[in-house]
Design a protein around this ligand. Sequence first.
Ligand code: CA
Length: 236
Amino acid sequence: MIKAVFFDFVGTLLSKEHEDITHQNIIKEVLREVKAENVDPVKVWKEYEALTSERFKEFAGKPYKPIRLLEEEIMQELAKKYNFEVSPKFWEIHLKMHQKYGKLYDEALETLKTLRANGYHVGLITDSDNDYLKAQLEALGILELFDSITTSEEAGFYKPHPRIFELALEKANVKGEEAIYVGDNPLKDCVGARQVDMVSVLLDKNGNKKELWKECEFVISDLREIVIIIEELNGQ
Ligand code: CA
């Protein structure tokens, strides 16, 4: 019997396309702050994305280190390479741009509301710093829609470490097999969920993660499909 549904945040509820726009605007603001008009923001952004994705892969399953520090280190690296100063307001800009440009996938709100109306515990399990997550959820107006929120900052580990999933299950007071985890990263989200017996659901909007579908029990392209999956699992 499924009693709880947990979601990953970025790329699952928060639109990946808008996240790209947010990051481009962070770079633009950072460059504008220090009057580095000669530096090409798109070029810096592409490297920033490549470096952050590499760094996050290194940290998968490892003890938590603030994402703020990881991102500041990457900005420092790029600043050195392109010869500009990192604004002391970097994190402030980071939060502000997320609040301004962050956007949910079209069907996310409807799905969250339906699940809550159907009586399920709705939670978040996310590799995030607490201050970022709170600012972003408040800006989106959805902070109140979650029964529980579990971050790597709180758990002390990054996904797919089991601790973050166990902590979320404790908060919902359910067993692994009574919960579903929906994420967009097969190796972090599906692998992490399955090791604590949660049902793993991959959101693969463009169908470009096929070679890793085997890590997940269900693959969906639209969040609303979760409602149907739960009904099937619960024999309704
Ligand atoms: Ca994600």
